[in-house]
Design a binder for this molecule. Structure first.
Ligand code: 5GP
Ligand code: MN
Length: 342
């Protein structure tokens, strides 16, 4: 049982994926909340900062447990990692997803546990793999574990409010507010958490009714000017650096934009390509309807992967495409090939 392992450990390191989303942060902060209650020493190693739109998820007082990747010369952080005798990965399937921490994570001799819901977990990189793909989210998977944890014993009102809120938030964002990947267990989890007094209204308010005006203005422009639909029924948007500057867009402001294209009847896959600030990378998000594999398209053309209907990847300027002006052509050629092969 993982909880025996956790309780006998002296210093626990928690890891989640790059550009952490609601489920990454939800599962991580939920685990952190439980560790805090047990009086355990722990550190959260984040590959990227928490976006402004999800900063409400950081529980009060949690900051001092968080290390954000700053580079190979952040000796204090690397020493902290070396001092951990247990490493727990949440919401990712391969160590390549934890960004800068990857090599130190791999080099560590400590016991490693993975709790995840993506396909193809790298079993060789962990000592214990708890992987379930027929589930809404890593948050839901962790919920099912914490429900049986010592001191909880099936009564989730015994979980701290921070842990409960983190779990419900993570599950809510990964299901796109109960629209995708909802299983009977997902609704049971939500019901039990709400019955235990978890404030869903507050979470919905923070997630979906707190957008900055710039997001809505940018959304209007993007849908009018940048959204294209290919003959194969792929909606795609390339959000270039200039447009992001024009609207003052911040990390997280475009969360959910990729879902919009998919709402058209004729569209079977939707792609959002977004230039990363101050880098030559373009982040790719893919969503598809049943019968089309966003995951296979991400793996074949965008160096990525994820879930069958929700995946991600990247393109690098100078390698995959020469310049920003070639991105749309690359996407159109890729999806043409993708559907021709099938
Ligand atoms: P998003 O589009 O929200 O960034 O990501 C959608 C899903 O794809 C998430 O489950 C995420 O973990 C996964 N994903 C995103 N980027 C990558 C990537 O570069 N590689 C892999 N393997 N999965 C990714
Ligand atoms: Mn997830």
């Amino acid at each position: 049982m993982i909880f025996d392992k956790i309780l006998e450990s002296g210093h626990i390191g928690l890891f989640t994926h790059m550009s952490p989303d609601g489920d990454a942060l939800g599962s991580t902060f939920a685990m952190a909340g439980w560790l805090l209650r047990q009086g355990k020493k722990f550190t959260i190693f984040l590959p990227d900062p928490v976006s402004e739109s999800l900063s409400f998820m950081i529980p009060e007082g949690m900051d001092r447990h968080i290390r954000i990747w700053k580079g190979d010369d952040d000796w204090a952080a690397l020493k902290d990692l070396e001092g951990c005798d247990l490493l727990i990965g949440l919401d990712f399937n391969v160590p390549g997803r934890i960004g800068g921490w990857e090599s130190a994570f791999r080099a560590s001799r400590s016991y490693k546990i993975l709790i995840d819901h993506h396909m193809f977990p790298d079993a060789g990189a962990f000592d214990t793999v708890i992987s379930e793909t027929a589930i809404s989210s890593a948050s839901e998977l962790l919920y099912s574990l914490l429900r049986q944890a010592p001191g909880v014993d099936g009564d989730v009102s015994r979980l701290s409010i921070e842990t409960r809120e983190a779990l419900l938030t993570g599950m809510t964002t990964d299901t796109n507010n109960f629209a995708n990947s909802v299983y009977p267990s997902t609704l049971t989890m939500a019901a039990e958490l709400i019955a235990a007094g978890t404030d869903r209204d507050k979470i919905i308010q923070k997630l979906f009714f707190c957008y900055p005006e710039r997001r809505i203005r940018a959304q209007g422009y993007i849908l009018d000017k940048l959204l294209r639909v290919t003959p194969e029924g792929v909606a795609y948007i390339f959000l270039d650096g200039r447009t992001q500057t024009r609207f003052g867009l911040q990390e997280g402001d475009t969360e959910g934009f990729v879902n919009i294209g998919l709402t058209m009847e004729k569209v079977r896959m939707s792609i959002l390509a977004k230039r990363e600030r101050g880098s030559s990378r373009i982040r790719i998000s893919l969503r598809s309807k049943k019968g089309t594999s966003a995951r296979e398209c991400a793996a074949e053309f965008f160096h990525g992967g994820g879930h069958e209907l929700a995946s991600g990847g990247r393109l690098t300027l100078g390698t995959d495409v020469a310049a920003e002006k070639d991105v749309c052509g690359y996407i159109e050629n890729s999806v043409r090939k993708f559907f021709m092969e099938r």
